[in-house]
Design a binder for this molecule. Sequence first.
Ligand code: ATP
Length: 597
Amino acid sequence: MAEQHDLMELAKRRGFFFGSNGAYGGTAGFYTFGPEGASLKHNVESAWRDRFTVRLGNDEIEAPTIMPEAVFEASGHLDGFDDMLVECAECGESHRADHLIEDAVEDIEDAEALGVDRVEELIREHDLACPTCGAALAGEPVEDFNLMFETSIGPGSGQTGYMRPETAQGIFVEFPRLKEYARGQLPFGVTQIGPAYRNEISPRRGIIRVREFTQAELEQFIDPEEDEPPLGEVDDVGVRLYPASEQHADDGGYVDTTIGEAVAEGIIGSPWVAYYLGVAQEWYERVGVDMDRFRFRQHLGGERAHYAADCWDAESEIDGNWIEIAGFAYRGDYDLSKHGEYSGDRFTIFKRYDEPVTVEKAVVDPDMSALGPEFGGAAADVAEALQDLAEDDPDAFDSDEVTVDVDGESYTVDTEVANFSIEEQTESGEHITPHVVEPSFGVGRTVYTLLEHAYREDEVDGEERSYLSLAPEMAPTDVAVFPLVTNDDELVGVAEDVAGSLRKAGLSVSYDDSGSIGRRYRRQDEVGTPFCVTVDKDGLEGDGGPTVTLRERDSAAQIRLPVDDVAAELAALLAGDREFEGLSQRYDDVDTDVTTA
Ligand code: ATP
């Protein structure tokens, strides 16, 4: 396991990521992905898109990152998207009050659920100190701090806008149009990969908690009464679950089971959530997460977001701590109902019945020539109130008179004037508000997990090295090509040709001719390049055409093969169709002592 320090140092030195705006003293919570990191992040996004958009048959959209205030009034973020803040009076540093409690008090794992007053008390009871300067925090107020970045849209005082705190809202607000692209048919899914912004109180641990980060989210819209996930696809997928009940129990532990069994036993309540846990388990394995350092943890009651009915997190173990890398929430109809209510637009789907149904409907047809003279300007409102009453309480029309309230005033009407009847109506369907199941992935935290889980140290030819055992699909570079020496035109020419033909074959190639060959191998090892091709003099001297050496990163083993075979063998190796070990039966092994070259 990598010491976090080593990994952060490697990340910076090798260009994976580093704190932004260093020239201006740095800005806490903002990171730049360097050339290697941007490439790795891109590969994670491509693999996610492949699995959660393309292979699931979903649509992807790209929405703006700034949205008007009305969106977040409706979504609940303006009111409820808060973290607990405590500020040190001595040094002025702000801290997440709930995190201070969790770090200091052994059996509290979820202080957020306790509420502001209790957290304030706990700070006093445990006499907690400011982690920055050591001053006592007892007595300092704990406040709810809204995490959204506010901005203004347009010049002057403008319209208040916010940087979106999750990509999801960009999908929800466009539901009235998106449902048309889905031809009004449930279920359908819409994905989005893009930045989200949260003004985190104390950003920390590199890219794990930052103020701008990339999310990959899927909003699966379903008819809760009819739509079922294709659970059969993931029935047998093994998962390590940490249900809420186990987290509460003194001797609680993991439940190692399969998705199929977890649903059958009710451990995972929603089959849709279970389905996505299964898909995610296989996806994390594919991209190279160490599945012994991975679990799904169910949210505890008070921890759930304001919208979520059941929620599980994917968590990876990093440096001895478990961090959330994705959340899987059953959001019910919360989002679409809210946007429907606040915007007045239609956030529903028309669900056609198999057969039209005849329904009985209570209706009134008030005699306006009687209501008008009697109630004047209120007559129309009284007529509307009578219709409402007919729908809510048809029995009221059994009496000779009915009474309705309009703006706090009572109006009594002869039942005959109301003209009440029960009509038969034919309905071909109904408008329903779909439910939403949401897998929400943090791309940066996935990148960090892959780096941490791939980090290895060992010794090759008597020298210590560190390397990243990244899955080939994730590695920033597929293959590096080296000319052993630079003062031999023929040799350099062959090396350049090899690099050119590999690029033409669609591989990402790094060409490196600087420093000793040993240093070049170490450089590629440290950025996780799975294969290196070296062109040396020996390879140009044989009779059967030029040969080169091919070295595999993790084993540091090398074979010699004809130049003409390189592209095809590499393609097979990178696709996972061939094992490097198997190649040594067909090609010659090479002495791996390269450090003196
Ligand atoms: P946390 O409890 O760690 O603040 P959260 O529960 O608020 O996270 P969600 O709202 O579920 O996170 O967001 C979905 C995903 O987005 C998370 O699983 C995580 O991977 C990522 N994410 C959330 N906040 C951050 C952040 N500040 N920096 C980096 N990634 C983040």
